[in-house]
Design a protein around this ligand. Structure first.
Ligand code: HEC
Length: 178
């Protein structure tokens, strides 16, 4: 074991000083890189929170979704998004009627990824519904592009009051954290 000779006798030769300088520079570089990364991560997080894939505040996307809704969804979910009459009661077939998509239904209880999945694949048993569940909700994956699905969801969201929009955005954010 080497003993520290004390402050007066400690000697740093030029070689050691150069090494120290390089180490400091690497340290500062590393710090700057970490800082840049942190700032980037914060900006990214804010950006992705503020720009959902289906954005009711995006007038162009809502306008794209409106005719998609009228053509592919309105027959069952209602032209005014009001759902089928007595939508909480089973039909004689044992299946459920189409629920409203406006704020009176439970569409807004689901995060974006679930709404997208149900529209694209239907109420897949074991995934979006109990095992062996039978449903009249068609799968639109073969009919609509992903872009059209996000647009129709943006249109649906645009019918919700601000409070409901925010609640559903929170549900979406929570589902992403898990
Ligand atoms: C042929 C009738 C029909 C059409 C057309 C239809 N749906 Fe549905 N949809 C249903 C039914 C019925 C349900 C409820 C299913 C159940 O509970 O079994 C449903 C449920 C849903 C749900 C789940 C809602 C919730 O609160 O859980 C979403 C989302 C949905 N539909 C979106 C759409 C979209 C978007 C379109 C148009 C692109 C569409 N549907 C077109 C019949 C339809």
């Amino acid at each position: 074991m080497r003993r520290d000779p004390g402050p007066l006798l400690r000697y740093r030769g030029p070689q050691e000083m150069v090494q120290q300088d390089t180490r400091n520079r690497i340290g500062v570089g590393f710090l700057a890189a970490s800082f840049a990364f942190l700032v980037g991560a914060i900006i990214y997080a804010q950006f992705s929170e503020e720009k959902p894939r289906a954005d009711p505040g995006d007038a162009a996307q809502v306008a794209r979704g409106k005719p998609v809704y009228a053509r592919h969804c309105a027959a069952c979910h209602g032209a005014g998004l009001q759902g089928q009459p007595d939508w909480r009661e089973k039909l004689p077939t044992g299946r459920m009627p189409a629920p409203p998509h406006d704020a009176s239904g439970h569409t807004w209880h689901h995060p974006d990824a679930v709404l997208f999945g149900i529209t694209r694949q239907g109420l897949v048993p074991g995934r979006y519904a109990p095992p062996n569940y039978q449903s009249d909700m068609p799968a639109f994956g073969g009919t609509l592009s992903d872009d059209e699905i996000w647009a129709v969801l943006a249109f649906i969201k645009s019918s919700w009051p601000e409070k409901i929009r925010r609640a559903q955005a929170d549900i979406t954010r929570d589902s992403l954290r898990r």
